[in-house]
Design a protein around this ligand. Structure first.
Ligand code: NAD
Length: 261
């Protein structure tokens, strides 16, 4: 229980990677503010289940990560309701795939807002609380697409490259405040975000989802296996450990070799 007494916010944690991270932090004893969209009853069941299984306090914020005022209110609520703020995981993200000349302007704006600007707004609001505590961990869930591009993902790749820049600046500004800032760069992780891409591509190419799943990996990830949300959670727990206290300002790849070539 290495995180007993710590308070964490994980944005976009009602599903996929964020849920895996919230689970991993709670399992180490952290109180957690979960966030994201979904069915209200299912979210309450998820919240209560996390709290009961790990014996920690878990609260929920429905803040929309495209709205700066709601993001700031969520950060304040986590501090006030859970008694501090030590770990911020900027994870919420969306995807849209189209060639640049056909990319809908409102999809570009939404991806930049949720995948990039939200991390700025949350970090901006969280830093004073982390400074007050004299200890903090800012973890930005970027992507292999923070390091390399792929066609048809202009907004996503731009946002993920941008969040690496934000991570470096935060690391430099906070280097002597007991606060680290790092980016986690997953390759393919089996989550609803990726499942949607698999279903869409299978329909477009008249192929089975199993074939598309294999092709996705074979095109990018030399290790022909998806990472799991639990594995991303494990990396976040490591970044919160004392062993990681001088790791700051870096992208940590967890991508089955995607960016090794
Ligand atoms: P997901 O679709 O399973 O989960 C996304 C979460 O974000 C959900 O909880 C959703 O409710 C929440 N969310 C979406 N829009 C929101 C908004 N406006 N306000 C608040 N919450 C919102 O996706 P995932 O695959 O778990 O992705 C999580 C993060 O990991 C994203 O930043 C994504 O870019 C990144 N990532 C995913 C993969 C992958 O292969 N799945 C790879 C690299 C990086």
């Amino acid at each position: 229980m290495s995180l007993r007494g710590r308070v964490a916010i994980v944005t976009g944690s009602t599903s996929g990677i964020g849920l895996g991270i919230a689970e991993a932090l709670a399992a180490e004893g952290a109180a957690v503010m979960v966030n994201g969209f979904g069915n209200a009853d299912e979210i309450e069941a998820l919240r209560a289940d996390l709290a009961a299984r790990h014996g920690v306090e878990v609260r929920y914020s429905g803040a929309d990560m495209s709205r700066p005022a709601e993001i700031a209110a969520m950060v304040g609520a986590a501090h006030d309701q859970l008694g501090g703020l030590h770990v911020l995981v900027n994870n919420a993200g969306i995807q849209f795939v189209a060639p640049i000349e056909e990319f809908p302007v409102e999809r570009w704006d939404a991806i930049i807002a949720i995948n990039l600007s939200a991390a700025f707004h949350a970090t901006r609001a969280a830093i004073p609380y982390m400074k007050k505590a004299g200890w903090g961990r800012i973890i930005n869930i970027a992507s292999a697409h923070g390091l390399v591009g792929s066609p048809f993902k202009a907004a996503y790749v731009a946002a993920k490259h941008g969040i690496l820049g934000l991570t470096k600046v935060a690391a430099l500004e906070l280097a002597n405040a007991g606060i680290t800032a790092n980016a986690v760069c997953p390759g393919w992780v089996a989550t609803p975000l990726v499942e949607k891409q698999i279903v869409a591509r299978a329909q477009k190419e008249a192929r089975t989802e199993t074939e598309v799943r294999h092709d996705l990996l074979a095109e990018k990830q030399p290790m022909l296996a998806f990472s799991t949300p639990a594995q991303i959670g494990g990396l976040c727990v490591f970044l919160c450990s004392e062993a990681a206290c001088t790791i700051t300002g870096v992208p940590l790849s967890i991508d089955g070799g995607w960016t090794a070539t």
